[in-house]
Design a protein around this ligand. Sequence first.
Ligand code: ATP
Ligand code: MG
Length: 349
Amino acid sequence: MPKIVTLPGDGIGPEVTAAAVAVLREVAPDVTIEEHLIGGVAYDTHGDPFPQVTRDALKDADAVLLGTVGGAQDSAWNLLPRHLRPESGLLALRKALGCYANLRPVRVQPGLEHLSPLKAELARGVDILIVRELLGGVYFDGDRKIDGDTAYNTMRYTTPEVERVARVAFWAAEQRKGRVTSVDKANVLEVSELWRRDVTALRDREYRGVHLNHEYVDSVAMLIVSDPSRYDVIVTENLFGDILSDLAAVIPGSLGLMPSASLGDGSGLFEPIHGSAPDIAGKGMANPAAAIMSAGMLLRHGLKRPEGANQIDRAVALALREHPTRDLGGKADTQTFTRAVLSALETSP
Ligand code: ATP
Ligand code: MG
């Protein structure tokens, strides 16, 4: 029986995680769900934002569903030394799981095109999955220095690092439209030459059914907003992915609609990309859609149960159309929205 650890965390985290758990129980009733503390609430209870009991619970977890971590600007937690603040619990969690691929779907929900900063005709039907390499490249390479008026960082990748993240992208593409765009800067960077060569070789060896093309990152930055429908899965290295995923995240038009997954060799981490939203915490008005869709990603990528994930995606799309939450210009509160998802699951499984 698969085991999931939930870490609801702070702010609206517990509210949106409760919604996601209710949906998981409906779609995957055989899964064991164990709840633990992280962030500010973990500090309050254990004096540690990533306590040992939580670390231990992760050891035999198949996947981790995270809420949100952090408090308001003026929260007492912000007066603590840095290593005891809620956010350092989050960093320690990410480090402990060692995830090398970050996945962010960028989907404009049918009926919510008006929320997008793009013109409705451009926004309609946008459905991109960005797969960003998370542990390598210029952010992590040890070869770095600042010395007087000179400084450098290095972007370095090895074939195994490229292959493991590309494999995630190809696997995902096989369940989508079967297209991968690999993004690099191979006209000027040797590291991109290697990236391009290895991604191509992997496709030729193991994923011949997937259509692969290569584009330069500067060109993608333009096309992702001027012609987003051209993309299915985008795979890229850490720095390019950091920038492109934030750029693309504005397309759906609300933070409350953005789930994410981080995958490694151990348990994956699934979380909404929005923060703890202290301004609305405890009021029952948070939009749980991103957390619920993160639970969908957990089923798809963490437990390899794509049918359950598809069920959730369909139910969320329907609930968003019929009961939009306040951040989307509607009236539904957290409970009403969650009930709408649950009843959509029952009526159209
Ligand atoms: P952090 O520093 O934790 O990332 P932040 O201030 O950058 O926090 P959020 O906490 O995500 O960002 O909040 C930004 C704004 O969006 C807030 O006004 C918040 O209320 C709103 N918001 C974020 N998530 C949701 C949600 N799920 N439902 C409704 N509103 C949300
Ligand atoms: Mg933020």
